[in-house]
Design a protein around this ligand. Sequence first.
Ligand code: ZN
Length: 62
Amino acid sequence: MAVPKKRVSHSRTNMRRSINDRLTAAQPSVCPNCGEPKLPHHACMSCGKYKDTQAIEVKEVK
Ligand SMILES: [Zn+2]
């Protein structure tokens, strides 16, 4: 079985993964009802609306 010859440092691991890390960053959109930032294809977390319908009930948080 093939075995790695040298231990890969944390720095080298992070440098390898950095390409994928910046490609998969979330792109927030703005809610058309209340203007709060929300995730695309998700109901708004502050007003509960999704495409002009009340998708979820929003409870008031103190
Ligand atoms: Zn909203």
